[in-house]
Design a protein around this ligand. Structure first.
Ligand code: SF4
Ligand code: SF4
Length: 73
């Protein structure tokens, strides 16, 4: 299983904090507005995610969940 970032688009307020802290620069503000009018974050090239969870930790709106790859036995 790979690292997976689940984005709760309805919670995102487009603040950009997660975009800024991602060391892989794979998050960006998307072009589709949620029901509140915010352009939710999207992930590009998910395979490059390190599973560091910096994005989830900094998000003030709990809009991101990170599922880390299981390593070894
Ligand atoms: S878990 Fe880390 S590498 Fe993956 S999207 Fe979030 S900040 Fe970027
Ligand atoms: S930190 Fe949270 S609210 Fe801000 S852009 Fe990222 S997902 Fe959206």
């Amino acid at each position: 299983m790979k690292n997976i970032v689940k984005i709760h688009t309805e919670r995102c307020k487009s603040c950009g904090l997660c975009v800024h802290v991602c060391p892989q620069k794979i998050l960006h503000i998307g072009e589709i507005a949620n029901s509140k009018g915010y352009y939710a974050v999207e992930i590009q090239d998910q395979d490059r995610c390190k599973g560091c969870a910096f994005c989830a930790l900094i998000c003030p709106d709990l809009a991101l969940d990170v599922y880390r790859e299981e390593k070894g036995e």
